[in-house]
Design a protein around this ligand. Structure first.
Ligand code: TYD
Ligand code: MG
Length: 462
């Protein structure tokens, strides 16, 4: 910001526009020269919670309004309480409005989190007039309303929690935050489909929209910004939900790969990208003879993507799984929506069906097209650098992929079939032989034939 403003004033000086004029009229009523406006007001102040500050581009800006959205139970109240305690420990007065919980409940949570810091005030109310009054008296530097759906403005006719109440309350809090320069955070619940009266309706009103995600059955939590007027939106914050609250994860690999079993068929590691942050995760596949209608279970990847990969495996690699149960799972509760995981998923399934384990030092990244080709994905270099940093030594990548780090041997493959051959030792000559003998099928070096394994897949109960 300040660099931008000095660049503007510098350009103005070179063009001889003369000294910057301060217009006599008050702020907001008359135009000012852009270069004359101080950018200092938009300085982010760190909360001291590193993973939160990372996503916010440094911290909370005075007068800014942030919506923190997430499904119920994901840990929003825990996050804001820890953030307020951390900011309070750095000398910032904060006010937490508990509109859903009693003071005792919040106090108990604060004790559990060791977050009952001085300078951290609490008010349990759902009346917006009371909130604005209390904030006016205390003049905190950070105000958190938990949650925006639970507060209501008595002067607004509609019911608490209704879309118009939520919008009205948020609009009033935005005006308040801007006029007094209070960094304000509005907690909002969203349901899986975006949610009625959820933060979606508030997005245009506020400066920053954060979403807090994670699978309730897993400890990993992801914080990202989908809108941010004070910085970039690609950052990802990672936390582990523990007995003692949220712990920032500067290096999540221990959580994501810590329990990985070596030498088990059906497992591969994939460097995925969450925002701009590369994460190295394990993808697992399991295949077994179906006893009823074949089941397809995709945990952590879109089921449509699994269906596409099964079709490509069948039509382009002759690995037919139509009569098999197929399970795919990302480990750690992470949802991977990007097609960059395609190659890893397909290789995990081929590994599962053949019973040949993929080397533990191998990662794979690439999108798979309907013709069976492997396509390049964005930021391949960043993904490979992260894999190399974590000690992986070989990577299966599209033929056109850029060079990776020195310590990573690249196995370049143009098609899924080539990748299978490179990694699992399929003999392509045998493949054409088997085609002329009896239709189509892959023959593996060492005498294993994918077709026979597909016909008699390993039993799930073995
Ligand atoms: P909470 O912050 O209340 O979620 P939200 O405000 O998003 O609804 O926390 C939800 C869950 O987190 C709750 O079920 C218990 C769990 N939790 C922990 O595992 N450790 C903790 O230290 C705390 C405070 C909560
Ligand atoms: Mg809550």
């Amino acid at each position: 910001m300040s660099a931008a403003s000095s660049a503007i004033s510098g350009a103005g000086a070179r063009r001889g526009t003369g000294p910057l004029r301060e217009l006599a009229a008050g702020a907001g009523t008359a135009p000012l020269l852009l270069g004359s406006i101080s950018a200092d007001a938009a300085v982010a102040v760190a909360t001291g919670m590193d993973e939160l500050d990372r996503v916010l581009g440094g911290g909370l800006v005075a007068g800014s309004v942030t919506v923190l959205g997430g499904e119920p139970g994901v840990g929003k109240s825990t996050l804001v309480l820890q953030a307020l305690a951390s900011a309070a420990a750095r000398g910032r007065t904060s006010l937490l409005i508990a509109a859903e919980e009693s003071g005792e409940q919040v106090r108990r949570r604060a004790e559990r989190l060791e977050a009952a810091a001085e300078g951290c005030y609490l008010l349990a109310t759902s009346d917006l007039d009371v909130v604005i009054n209390a904030a006016g008296q205390l003049e905190p530097s950070i105000l958190v309303v938990d949650s925006i759906q639970a507060v209501s403005d008595p002067s607004c006719g509609s019911q608490a929690g209704s879309p118009s109440q939520v919008r009205e309350c948020a609009a009033r809090l935005v005006r308040y935050a801007k006029s007094l320069g209070v960094a304000t955070v509005l907690v909002g619940h969203v349901t899986k489909d975006g949610g009625l009266a959820g933060p979606r309706t508030l997005e245009h009103l506020v400066d920053t929209v954060l979403s807090f995600d994670g699978d309730r059955h897993h400890a990993l939590r992801l914080l990202s910004a989908s809108k941010h007027r004070y910085g970039p939106t690609g950052e990802l914050g990672l936390f582990e939900m523990t007995e003692a609250g949220l712990k920032g994860l500067a290096d999540p690999s221990a959580l994501l790969l810590g329990d990985r079993r070596r030498g088990v068929p059906g497992s591969i590691v994939v460097p995925v990208l969450e925002g701009r942050r590369p994460l190295v995760i394990e993808v697992q596949g399991l295949v077994g003879a179906a006893t009823g209608p074949p089941r397809r279970v995709a945990q952590g990847i879109p089921s449509g993507r699994l269906a596409l990969l099964l079709a490509v495996l069948e039509r382009r690699c002759q690995v037919a799984l139509a009569a098999s149960d197929v399970f795919v799972s990302t480990v750690g509760g992470l949802r991977v929506n990007e097609p960059a995981a395609d190659l890893g998923v397909a290789l995990a399934l081929v590994s599962a069906v053949t019973g040949i384990a993929i080397g533990e030092e191998v990662v794979a990244c690439g999108e798979i097209g309907l013709a069976g080709e492997i396509r390049q994905v964005q930021a391949t270099e960043r993904r490979l650098a992260e894999a190399a940093r974590l000690g992986f030594r070989r990577a299966v990548v599209p033929r056109s992929a850029p060079d990776g780090p020195m310590e990573l041997e690249l196995l370049r493959a143009g098609t899924l079939l080539e990748a299978v051959r490179l990694l699992l030792g399929v003999d392509p000559a045998a493949r054409s032989r088997s085609r002329t003998d009896s239709g189509s099928g892959l023959e593996l070096s060492g005498g294993r034939d994918v077709r026979s394994l597909v016909r008699n897949p390993p039993s799930l109960v073995s």
